[in-house]
Design a protein around this ligand. Sequence first.
Ligand code: KG4
Ligand code: ZN
Length: 390
Amino acid sequence: MKLLAIETSCDETAIAVLEAEGNTHNARFKVLGNALLSQIDIHKEYGGVYPMLAKREHAKNLVPILSSALKDAGMLMEEANNADHIREELTTLLEREPGLGEALMAFLSQTAVPDIDAVVVTHGPGLEPALWVGVNFAKALSIAWGKPLVGANHMEGHLLSALAASEGDAYVIEDAALPVVGLLISGGHTQIVAMREWFTYELMGDTRDDAVGEAFDKVARMLDLPYPGGPQVSKLAEEARAGNILHPQPLPRPMIGEGTCDFSFSGLKTAVMYQLKKMEGLSDTQKQAIAREFEDAVADVLFAKTARALAQTHGKTLVIGGGVSGNVHIRRVFEMRIKAEHPDVMLRIPARELTTDNAVMIGMSGYFRYLRGMRADTETLRADGNLSLA
Ligand code: KG4
Ligand code: ZN
């Protein structure tokens, strides 16, 4: 079947067209079209993502991104269409998304209904105003095209895309041994979930304060690095490793010895702040050294808690998903230590292009939901910023 998937939970406006087939033993997702616009340059100025600004940008970008994803998939057919009978309904549906209703009506009146079987949209978790734009847009498309609507979970998308292996222009999910343990690390989440049966999730651990990506972004700000800070901190830390530069004062590994799979990163961030305050001036070398020590502390804690969850669940497959899973050092630590300390566990890390937010992973979540009969209703589907997996 063919799916059109929409993602607007944070600062990426993304739409993908996928051809999906198979089941959990062997599923194949061919990417027919994929368009993504990152708002990073807009949010950079403010040092973080502003929900209302993100919402406005999504509203502005959704129709061009839709057009580009359909074109990519060879599904953008010009055709004069009288869309007047749904004008009122769509205008009401999109009345809170400035400019989107008019842009969509213009698009619909010039294009043929694409050959897809369902519209999938992220309805949580994420920034609620941003999520709503995508949800309302998906409802409008579902109504205008007469296609079923499916609501997808953003975190499930991160988890499934980490399970998938890249094969040419497709991604394949094959023979993942259960239980699967998922370490989901992003700007908004730091969670360990266990999946003992397909799509039944158990929350093993969560952050008590900041998410790990948020901690990276805050430390980056203290080091005068631009948003998003994760990749910048990582770059400095790698330079320190290459140059054998060590930080003289260790940073804490919060909650590492505690008997839970929970995390806390706010104390680590504060420890960085105190150490920086004590230093007079900050040389490039000192910046590199503290970035390295911070990243080491994060990797140590993430690994220790994940190892605990693997032991508790007898996990056979470990997946790491979310924006922070793109971190070179964290990937390296997990690859080395899983091999050495948990040789029976299969580690799966997403293809690099799927680590940060994208619509391909939303299509994956939506496909399996569709197979399980989970259709959403255009009247009742709601954006939920705190939507949970478990
Ligand atoms: O999953 P994602 O794209 O968006 C959310 O759903 O939050 O994750 C974005 C987060 C940001 O905090 C960013 O700084 C962090 O992931 N990040 C990284 C790296 N790449 C992105 N953190 C550490 N190292 C990286 N290489
Ligand atoms: Zn994400």
